[in-house]
Ligand binder design. Structure first.
Ligand SMILES: C[S@@+](CC[C@H](N)C(=O)[O-])C[C@H]1O[C@@H](n2cnc3c(N)ncnc32)[C@H](O)[C@@H]1O
Ligand SMILES: [Zn+2]
Length: 207
């Protein structure tokens, strides 16, 4: 939920408390959910981007650290929301992606403030991976993780809109953009092509 929506809800609640006649509690009031927590990790500022999730103790490889929770939606709805997100991003708004695939027909939209796992950042050399456990998405340790390390996973983005997602993960093998490991060879090819075109343009100008 965006800050402005939160403010609007608060403002509406305040107005009805001061000016409206006493009423039974409204059924329309959205239920508040407590943010998901994990015994293994905490929310902290991230050196990669904004806030992230940091290991609060040593985590053994294979541990299910935190569930990625959200709303189960159809693929059609998922596409509609992704288009909305792209339009927001084009206007300079929130372009974050929070959609996970559950199965062929359903996705999970984790764009809820109580879904703490949505804060996990991407890395080109991640220490976590997502695991689908009977339709529940878990973020699990890919290797032993030391206390204080930031949790990361591969966002799995395709190579289509790579320029929109510069990567700041800082990993040695970082390709500079958030792209799934399986697509990185394609990105490297495109980057090499762009570099070549740039340098030949420079040579043209010198002539
Ligand atoms: C799902 S949010 C992750 C939480 C985010 N750090 C925050 O504070 O809201 C995803 C967004 O975080 C940013 N992000 C995640 N990983 C990144 C990375 N490796 N490099 C740069 N930005 C990253 C991108 O803006 C991405 O769209
Ligand atoms: Zn990277």
């Amino acid at each position: 939920m965006s800050t402005s929506t939160k403010k609007a809800v608060k403002k509406a609640a305040k107005a009805s408390a001061s000016s409206a006649p006493a009423q039974a509690p409204s059924a329309a009031k959205p239920a508040r959910r407590r943010p998901t927590t994990s015994p293994w990790a905490k929310v902290r500022n991230s050196p990669i981007h904004g806030r992230g999730i940091i290991a609060s103790k040593d985590i053994p490889s294979g541990t299910r650290i935190i569930e990625y929770e959200g709303e189960r939606i159809t693929k059609a709805e998922s596409e509609r929301r992704d288009e909305q997100r792209a339009a927001r991003a084009a206007e300079g708004g929130d372009g974050c992606v929070y959609i996970f695939e559950i199965n062929k027909r359903h996705d999970l939209d984790g764009h809820m403030s109580w879904n703490t796992a949505r804060l996990i950042n991407h890395s080109c050399d991640p220490n976590c991976e997502s695991e689908n456990v009977r339709g529940h998405i878990w973020i699990s340790a890919k290797r032993d993780i030391a206390k204080g390390e930031e949790l990361t996973f591969d966002y799995g983005f395709d190579v289509e809109n790579w320029k929109e997602h510069p990567c700041l993960c800082g990993a040695k093998r970082c390709v500079g953009y958030i792209v799934a490991k399986s697509h990185r060879w394609r990105l490297k090819k495109r980057l090499a092509k762009e570099r070549k075109a740039k340098s030949s343009r420079r040579v043209e100008r010198v002539k």
